[in-house]
Design a protein around this ligand. Sequence first.
Ligand code: ADP
Ligand code: ZN
Ligand code: ZN
Length: 723
Amino acid sequence: MASTVISVWLDVPLRGAFAYLHDGPLPSGQRVLVSFGNRQLCGVVDTTVMPDDIAPERLKTILQVFDSLPPLPESLLAQVRFAARYYLHPQGQTLFTALPTVLREPRDIKLPDRACYQLTPQGLAQPPAARSTAKLALWQALHEPQEREALRRVHAQASAYLKAGLASGDIAAVPWQAPALQIDGELALNDEQLAARDEVAANLGRFAPFLLHGITGSGKTEVYLQLIARVLAAGQQVLVVIPEINLTPQLIDRFARRFPATRIVCLHSNLADGERLEGWCDGWFGRAGIVIGTRLAVFTPLPQLGLVIVDEEHDGSFKQQDGLRYHARDLAVWRAHAANVPVLLGSATPSLETVANADAGRYRKLVLNRRAHGSATLPQVGLVDIRRQKLVEGLAAPVIDELTRALERREMSLVFINRRGYSPVLACSACGWTSACKHCSARMVLHLSARQLRCHHCGAQERIPLQCPSCGNPDVQPLGEGTQRLEAALQRMLPGARILRIDRDSTSSKAAWDAIYQRVHAGEVDVLVGTQMLAKGHDFGALSLVVVLGSDGGLYSADFRAGERLFAQLMQVAGRAGRAGVPGRVLLQTQWPEHPLYQALQQHDFDGYAATMLQERREAGFPPAGFQILLRADAPAYADAEAFLQGVLQQLGAMPEGVDVFGPAPALMVRLAGRERSQLTFEGANRQALHGWLRAQLPLLEQLARKAARGLRWSLDVDPLEM
Ligand code: ADP
Ligand code: ZN
Ligand code: ZN
């Protein structure tokens, strides 16, 4: 008789767990089949929560227990509990976000047995003829237990050889076991690298967060690889989280070449469902030594976790922008803490959050200030003041000259066009005035159609000034426009140059990337032109000249993080110049050459500019000096979204001490996919106080949402990165 009440999490937007009956207890993490409404859903048992109080006679029974796989591990459930609580997200949905698609589905999953193969005594006694090198190599390898994959790497004929050997009894399947660790091609580290490696290595086995601040090309990846070698040698696993754009075949190759015998699982959102499941389970069952992947990889269960690495930790793609809006770097740090292992956050341009943690002594800082090889000197950064230049189709004469000269010398140049969707802020290039909001710490954005300046933080509105309110200059201009036609112009200015344009399409597929690399490394390209994706860690070989266009838009922006992003991006782009022996040069077109950001860039002074930006954040109470949670609402009509938020404001009543609310204000991108978006920003200097208070308001929010206009959607974004 079904008599035990079981709590089950479902993938539905409700906060609680659901109660079902079963004829005996089930363990936490057990996947089950239940009916919910008129659907059948996959559920996950959790013995640590009380089901809502429902009379047992009204409960349904669990329809099936999916027991081909073991129950999901407690470490994963703990991570989910933390993420749900921190991000104020329903726990059932959080759990299902963490699972690979196949495990979310209402069916039992049986994985193929992962066997190894080995020679039998009969096979050992019969070496193949010496002239058959393929067979000889395979026969040699099969003295030890080998996975099918590993054998394929020995020789392409492995499958045929295995099949024949299994049939003749020369080869037998044996239980899976980890292959012996093999480490190929380790480099001798320089002093800085050695110090970094040894400091982390000395902390293996306990929670210790590190910032590895190393300039581009300083050998961070080599430090990772040598630490990974230690962890693998101890029989443990490593989690490596990297930005979407960095997950290139080149990087994976580098790992695979270093550890040829190790199972390296690569997880990202473009995998087929089956592949993702298999990789996830290889992590879970301890077969994968290294799991490397984009943000979703942070949920992979790793029972033997020994080290966590987040590369390019400042990258915005670690933040999920819908559903569970988690930050993979922050969850990675949480995981390292839970597993009691070190976590290494690497970057040439760390986020201000991480810099602040290092300043406060919470993270230990390791520094790599020298390039590991090639040209030892940092590129020279030149600022081309375009207030005193006549531009030809957006390009200044010195820029065209330098490009022409590089072309004559047959050196490859890179033209980086900053085309991030900055919302235009008004600025006076004579005195430096910008359209700051009088009511809060944000900058007002120009809305030409409404003939207004609007604040997207607090909602204030103003008329557009006819002249600079500070110095009277009649020529106040919106910043950051005019990069639209530059590519075509380049082609006309540099007749005969072979220009290769890199855009989102050309980087979305592996084949396209390979084609680009091939052309670049075959010397078939004179000028590479592209946007954001060029800023990341791709090695394009010898670049003597890097030209930056259109970056002024990021100097002053409605988004308080724009300056941080721009600085990081320019540091990264500058880092492309002057690799492999050629001293590099960066030329940047600007009408604000005296801006502190550009000055710091010229000095390669990350620390100095980071300190300046942190000071600004402290003055404004913005992260990391304070904490934010956005309540977003969207509806087909703006008025409905705003009305909902107004209603919330009224019902919430007075804010508690230390919590402020701003808005409702239109989102920076008000209109998206036929819907209009408004938001409330909650801010507080104390994270616990802010989160705790908002968590307590969730029932009220949900109640108001049920009464809201038809078609209204709402969500909470904890530690938002996009306004
Ligand atoms: P980062 O990850 O900081 O950009 P990498 O680890 O990719 O740096 O190293 C940049 C280049 O320098 C690579 O080509 C790498 O092989 C080389 N390199 C790294 N460390 C050393 C070293 N100790 N000796 C020689 N070359 C090195
Ligand atoms: Zn002025
Ligand atoms: Zn304002």
